[in-house]
Design a binder for this molecule. Structure first.
Ligand code: FES
Ligand SMILES: [Fe+2]
Length: 373
């Protein structure tokens, strides 16, 4: 029987559990504190890694129906994504042509969007179609469309470009190194069910690294995650992106059973990190997205934690796993990142990344290699 991606990962993880090992690097490395605190580097990263790079904003199942819409914020830009009556996917800056207020909130199904301030109305192609007391305005409606931005739907994921030099084909090709590995996860069946937003006093890279190592499970998550998950893990590189997986405790028991009985999805978590650091965590039922954005200074970040549910599945069950992970992230992980940032500002010392933190090492190399002068 041919193993699918999850089962291949499961085999590798079971081997690691049996031999009490993990995928590791050859050496530990160090990184100066300035990597996280330097303002010039921060500004370049913000422009090059976020405004000039495709950004993952959600699951396309949220706008799968004709005449549907959803709203998000990305790098402080309000965005409305629409699926018009012909099934065409579009994205616009969610800012009214009258004075800039939002023309849509949340998600839903409708054919027009009406601004909450004075009621200017737009169709799902972004055309302005209605102005209350229109005779008071000296303008042509045709010239007052919502401003469109590039969007693509790839493997059920929604990618947008925040600068004009990002084309639709750039968006479509962005995930190509992961094509064969994402196909089996039907993200197009997933709908966003909840989003938490955090303002965090730490550099964005310190926060991304929280999702890249299990070394901290035993101590930081000693009473929450560690009782149910092991720290054995495997990783792989796919162009600019990576995959890192770790299992629930007890998966080695599956080794005694024939492969045809193995679950189709890994009992554990498979974290795909898309450059520069947006993480899609796939679990046995659904998936979450952790989106970390640089804030206004090197020591501030905005973090979004998105939960999903497969169409037809129990939203309550999905919310339960979403809240389990979200509470740990909010109460244990994010405060640790804030402590690290404060400590690095105070001591200015190098940080150390161990052999047992290979994905953290990989991403440090990527962030170094990708930054242009
Ligand atoms: S700002 Fe939208 S109608 Fe006035
Ligand atoms: Fe953690």
């Amino acid at each position: 029987m041919e193993k699918n991606v999850s089962q291949q990962l499961m085999s590798r993880l079971i081997n690691h559990i049996m031999s009490d090992s993990s995928d590791e690097c050859v050496n530990s490395i160090t990184e100066p504190a300035s990597f996280f605190t330097d303002t010039e580097r921060f500004e370049k990263e913000r422009q090059q890694f976020f405004f000039d790079t495709p950004q993952l904003i959600g699951f396309s199942g949220t706008v799968s129906e004709l005449n549907s819409f959803m709203t998000v914020e990305c790098m402080g830009i309000p965005i409305v994504v629409t699926r018009n009556g012909l099934g065409e996917l579009k994205a616009f800056i969610n800012a009214c042509s009258h004075r800039g207020a939002r023309v849509a909130e949340g998600k839903g199904n409708k054919k027009t969007m009406s601004c909450g301030f004075h009621g200017w109305t737009y169709n799902l192609d972004g055309d302005l179609v209605g102005i209350p007391k229109e005779n008071c305005f000296d303008l042509e409606k045709e010239g007052k469309k919502l401003e469109s931005i590039p969007i693509a739907e790839v493997h059920g994921l929604l990618l947008v470009g925040l600068s004009k030099n990002i084309t639709t084909s750039t968006l479509k090709n962005f995930l190509s190194p992961l094509d064969a590995h994402l196909e089996e996860f039907d993200f197009s069946q997933l709908e966003n069910i909840s989003t938490r937003k955090f303002n965090v006093a730490a550099n964005w890279k310190l926060i991304v690294s929280l999702s890249h190592e299990s070394y901290h499970f035993a101590k930081l998550h000693g009473k929450s995650l560690a009782p149910v998950m092991t720290s054995h893990s495997v990783f792989d590189e796919f162009g600019w992106h990576t995959r890192w997986a770790f299992p629930l405790k007890g998966i080695e028991d599956w080794a005694k059973k024939p492969m045809c009985d193995w679950p189709k999805r890994l009992p554990g978590a498979i974290s795909h990190t898309l450059f520069p650091g947006t993480v899609i965590v796939v679990n046995s039922k659904d998936a979450q997205i952790i989106r970390v954005e640089p804030g206004s200074t090197a020591g501030d970040s905005v973090v979004y934690y998105l939960g999903s549910c497969a169409k037809g599945d129990s939203v309550e069950d999905s919310l339960q796993s979403y809240n389990f992970g979200g509470d740990i992230f909010a109460n244990e992980d994010l405060p640790a990142a804030e402590q690290c940032h404060q400590g690095l500002m105070a001591n200015g010392a190098d940080i150390i990344i161990g052999r047992n933190e290979p994905v953290v090492q990989l991403w440090h190399q990527r962030w170094h290699n990708a930054l242009k002068d």
